[in-house]
Design a protein around this ligand. Structure first.
Ligand code: FAD
Length: 282
C-alpha cells in the first residue's frame, strides 16, 4: 500500500442518468446534499452501446452548470470511433476535464453491431490520441478480478495495459474484502503501477438488490455478511443498520491503511453515503 499513501485523497460520488422527471427531481435533491461534502467530482454512468447518451450528457451538463465537477463515464463496446469522437468534442465544449473510460457490457437484447473497440485499453489509447491531455482518465479496477478474466495474472496485466495507455487513476469495483484490495494494490505496486487506485464503495442498505448486482458484476458478499443480512428477512431497518456499520468499518480500514480516497456508488441517493461520511469524520 506504500505507493498509494503518497497520492492526495480523492472522494467522489457516482450517479446513473435519471429516467424520468421524478428521477431528475430526486437526483437534484441528492446533489444538493452531497455537494456540501465537497467531493473532487461526481461521475455519471453511461449505458453500453450508447443507450444513455442523452441522459448522461444532460446529467453532467446540469452538474457543470451548477459549477460542480462532473466526470461522464464512456463505454466503448459496440460503438464507433466517430461516435466517441463526437462525444469527446461535446464534453470538451462543456468544460469537462475528467472521463471514466470503460469497455462496458452490452445488455442482452442490444445488438452487438461489431464496433471499433474490444477493450477499455483501446478506448484509453483513442482518447489520448484524439485529445492528448485534455481529459484526466479514470479506468476500472477489480480487486476480486473481473468475472471474464481467464486468470488473476491476466486481469492484472490487462489493468496494467490500461495504465500504460494513459490512465491517470482507477476506481474499483465495489468489494467487502479489504484484503483483496490490499493484495491487488501491492501486486500493482510490484508491477510498477503507481496511479491512485480508489476503492469503490457500495453502502449496504438493501440485500436483495445488492445480491442481484453482485451476481452480475462478480463482487463477493462474504458469507458472514450474507448470512447476517439473510437473517434479517424483511426487517429492512436492521438490514440497513448492520449494512451501514459494515460499510463504515470497511471504509475506515481502507483509509487507515492508506487508500487514496473513496468512490461511492450512490444509486442516486444521498442518505447512505452521508451517514458513512459523517461516521468516518471526513
Ligand atoms: P476491460 O478493462 O476492457 O476488461 C474487460 C475484460 O477483458 C477483463 O476480464 C479483462 O481482463 C479482459 N481484457 C482486457 N484486455 C484484454 C485483452 N487485450 N485480451 C484479452 N482480454 C482482455 N458499465 C457500463 O456499462 N456503464 C458504466 O457507466 C460503467 N461504469 C463503471 C464504473 C466502474 C468504476 C466500474 C468498476 C465498472 C463500471 N461498469 C460500467 C462496468 C464495466 O463496464 C464492466 O465491468 C465491463 O465488463 C468491463 O469494463 P472494463 O472497462 O473494466 O473492461
Amino acid at each position: 500500500m506504500e505507493s498509494q499513501r503518497k497520492h492526495a485523497r480523492s472522494f467522489s460520488f457516482e450517479f446513473f442518468p435519471p429516467r424520468d422527471e421524478a428521477g431528475r427531481t430526486k437526483l437534484r435533491e441528492t446533489v444538493a446534499q452531497l455537494r456540501q461534502l465537497r467531493p473532487r467530482f461526481f461521475s455519471c454512468t453511461f449505458g453500453a452501446g450508447g443507450s444513455t447518451r442523452e441522459g448522461t450528457y444532460d446529467t453532467v451538463k446540469e452538474l457543470q452548470d451548477q459549477g460542480l465537477k462532473a466526470a461522464p463515464h464512456l463505454t466503448c463496446i459496440g460503438t464507433s470511433r466517430e461516435f466517441i469522437r463526437e462525444l469527446l468534442q461535446a464534453y470538451a465544449a462543456l468544460g469537462i476535464d475528467r472521463l471514466v473510460a470503460l469497455r462496458g457490457d452490452l445488455p442482452s437484447g442490444l445488438p452487438n453491431t461489431g464496433g471499433d473497440f474490444r477493450y477499455a485499453t483501446e478506448l484509453v489509447e483513442f482518447v489520448r490520441s484524439e485529445t492528448g491531455d485534455r481529459f484526466a482518465i479514470e479506468v476500472a479496477a477489480y480487486p476480486e478480478f473481473h468475472p471474464e478474466a481467464a486468470s488473476a495474472e491476466d486481469d492484472l496485466e490487462h489493468f496494467a495495459s490500461k495504465v500504460r495507455a494513459g490512465a491517470d487513476s482507477a476506481l474499483t469495483q465495489y468489494f467487502y474484502n479489504a484484503d483483496a484490495y490490499f493484495r491487488f494494490v501491492d501486486e500493482c505496486e510490484s508491477r510498477g503501477i503507481d496511479i491512485p487506485i480508489v476503492p469503490g464503495i457500495m453502502p449496504i442498505t438493501n440485500y436483495k438488490q445488492l445480491a442481484r448486482f453482485s451476481d452480475r458484476c462478480g463482487a463477493e458478499i462474504p458469507r458472514w455478511i450474507r448470512k447476517r443480512l439473510e437473517s434479517y428477512g424483511d426487517d429492512l431497518e436492521s438490514v440497513r443498520a448492520f449494512g451501514l456499520d459494515v460499510t463504515t468499518e470497511l471504509c475506515d480500514r481502507l483509509l487507515r491503511a492508506g487508500a487514496p480516497g473513496l468512490h461511492f456508488y450512490t444509486l442516486n441517493r444521498a442518505g447512505p453515503s452521508c451517514i458513512v461520511w459523517e461516521r468516518l469524520g471526513l
